[in-house]
Design a protein around this ligand. Structure first.
Ligand code: MLT
Length: 204
């Protein structure tokens, strides 16, 4: 059985119709409020749609279950990804918004990568901050016309450099237009992430 697609969320209408809506996807332990300030900073005037992950790990919200750090429950990931896709479609109809660009951090970036691969065309693009390859055997997807920004940390203790390289390669091979920057950082975000994401979104 599928979980409800009625995610707890925040929707902030946009003031600049030229900007695509931004889907904000928080990291483990975050919630729907977490990334609103980042969203406003990198996409001023854009509509913001920010759901809370429906899985709880020791009380911490996430977008899907994991078996251990970096090891995902892929059946759950597939199901939760499809629920999130249904929520996005529903929110688009309800609020009259175009296909959003995702901005995900960590667990939120991983579910955004899964959305790209399982629901090509749903997202206009995705900024994936500290993302990993979400599936041991990623599904084949056609992502021509989709843009992706990958910001990885060269000293990230959670995401090995080779893993983010592999994700960039998978998206590229699927036809997405990919920009990947390996920053001299760990798993946490910095002003570099803010500036690169803002510039990438402005050029979408
Ligand atoms: C995940 O579980 O999605 C990744 O390990 C990142 C994290 O949330 O720590």
């Amino acid at each position: 059985m599928s979980a409800t697609t009625d995610f707890i969320h925040v929707f902030e209408p946009g003031t600049d119709p030229a900007r695509p809506p931004v889907l904000l996807l928080h990291g483990t332990g975050g919630n729907e409020s977490d990334l609103l300030p980042l969203g406003r900073m990198v996409a001023p005037g854009a509509a913001l749609l920010s759901p809370r992950g429906q899985v709880l790990e020791n009380g911490m919200p996430r977008f899907f279950r994991r078996l251990s750090e970096g090891v995902f429950d892929e059946d759950d990931l597939r199901r939760r990804t499809d629920d999130l896709a249904a929520f996005i479609r529903d929110a688009q109809a309800r609020h009259g918004i175009a296909a959003p660009v995702a901005l995900g951090f960590s667990n939120g970036a991983n579910v955004a990568a899964s959305l790209l691969l399982r629901h090509p065309g749903l997202l206009r693009g995705a900024a994936l901050l500290r993302a990993m390859v979400p599936y041991a055997e990623p599904p084949a997807a056609r992502l021509e016309g989709t843009k992706a920004l990958l910001l990885s940390g060269a000293a990230d203790p959670i995401v090995p450099a080779a893993n983010s390289e592999r994700l960039a390669g998978i998206l590229q091979a699927a036809g997405a237009s990919v920009k990947h920057h390996a920053l001299p950082l760990g798993h946490g975000l910095s002003q570099m992430d803010v500036a690169l994401t803002r510039d990438w979104l402005a050029a979408l």
